[in-house]
Design a protein around this ligand. Structure first.
Ligand SMILES: [Zn+2]
Length: 172
């Protein structure tokens, strides 16, 4: 009968000759101290991962906020001081944008990093274009704009960090 060994850390089978677990990297032939150290390091990373998951989720949900704020900005478009101006183009593009951000928020449930990066790019492109077409738009709602950009950038950073830790934990 062949002796079957299971990793102390992740419970995956290993061969008696293996120095490290193929699944999690646990030092199978290491001293008790090395093994304990490995497990405590891993626990720290797992806690970090939970924290990062929350940060990423919050960033994803901010895409709903962007969608809502974009829709809300229609109030200023429709009630412009110069009523003669044709705003139909602006109304249509605003509606499309709001829908796009809503779509990214939903899509982000499965492809978070791509959705956040697309969201940030889309947001920057619109506001740069707006600023070129009408420089007066630069300052309107500047605080909201900065907050949204910072939030999305932080979210993307958390996604990158999360991927790194997942790799270190051999989760991907
Ligand atoms: Zn293992």
């Amino acid at each position: 009968m062949e002796n079957i060994n299971y990793c102390n850390c992740c419970a995956v089978k290993y061969e008696a000759m293996d120095a490290f677990c193929n699944a999690c990297g646990f030092p199978l032939q290491g001293t008790k101290q090395e093994q304990d150290f490995y497990i405590s390091e891993r626990n720290v990373k797992e806690i970090e991962l939970i924290d990062l998951d929350e940060k990423v989720e919050r960033a994803r949900r901010s895409l709903y906020w962007i969608s809502g704020l974009t829709l809300f900005s229609l109030v200023f478009v429709v009630f412009k001081p110069s009523p003669d101006e044709d705003v139909s183009f602006l109304v249509i593009t605003t509606l499309i944008l709001s829908t796009a951000f809503l779509g990214l928020a939903v899509w982000g449930k499965t492809r978070t990093s791509t959705a956040l990066i697309s969201g940030l790019s889309l947001y920057l492109i619109i506001h740069i274009l707006n600023a070129i077409l009408d420089p007066r738009t630069i300052l309107s709602g500047i605080i909201v704009k900065v907050v949204i950009i910072v939030y999305l950038v932080k979210g993307i950073k958390s996604v990158i960090e999360r991927e790194k830790i997942k790799k270190e934990l051999n989760l991907i």
